[in-house]
Design a protein around this ligand. Structure first.
Ligand code: AMP
Length: 190
């Protein structure tokens, strides 16, 4: 199985679709947000550093993030393919991912971009706040995360386009439709 990068704004469904893809294709899964939240929960040094950024809706510095990503990747079983969820979020991270994978004889595989209107994203995130109580799912922090996404992460879509691996899926209101389109693209790429 080839690697997959799942890309999109906060609330676009990266975690949800990753879970579906992992269940169907039995891949490895790295959610950098989950890795950081678990470090915070365990009270590690890294967790303490990460908390300040996350609570403020900002990105963790690239150097630190790239290091965490490589360690997490190396701890996963080889040959099953990995879905990268929430990474890369900057051009520097994307370049580092490409190099890190090349050094291991792997590549990025395909990128899946989820496009969802901002009002829908906001409604979903406020709803998630009620259900899961994530500290960064409040209106003020969500707005900051949207700004960070627009300024630092969204330009990466073009970077993936140039790499020739961008596959865009636009939300039209039905999860099942999204899923069958995504699965079809993965099968075509396999
Ligand atoms: P997520 O669960 O993917 O929405 O991530 C939650 C928060 O974790 C983000 O708002 C960032 O503060 C931090 N984070 C997750 N992934 C990254 C990354 N690749 N680079 C920098 N910060 C990240």
């Amino acid at each position: 199985m080839k690697n997959i990068i799942i890309f999109g704004a906060p609330g676009s469904g990266k975690g949800t679709y990753s879970d579906e893809i992992v269940a169907k294709y039995n891949m490895g899964h790295i959610s950098t947000g989950d890795v950081l939240r678990s470090e915070i929960k365990n009270g590690t040094e890294l967790g303490k550093i990460a908390k300040g950024y996350i609570d403020n809706g900002q990105l963790i510095p690239d150097e630190l993030m790239i290091d965490i990503l490589a360690k997490t990747y190396d701890a996963l079983p080889k040959g099953q393919g990995v879905i990268f969820d929430g990474f890369p979020r900057t051009i520097a991270q994307a370049e580092a991912l490409k190099t890190m994978l090349a050094e291991r004889g792997d590549d990025m595989g395909m990128m899946i971009e989820l496009v969802v209107d901002e009002e829908v994203l906001m409604a979903r995130l406020l709803n998630r706040a009620k259900e899961q109580g994530r500290a960064d799912d409040n209106e003020e922090t969500i707005k900051k995360r949207f700004d960070v996404y627009r300024n630092q992460t969204a330009p990466l879509a073009e970077w993936f386009e140039k790499e020739g691996i961008r596959n865009t899926f636009t939300w039209t209101g039905a999860k099942e439709t999204m899923l069958s389109n995504i699965f079809a693209a993965i099968d075509k790429n396999a």
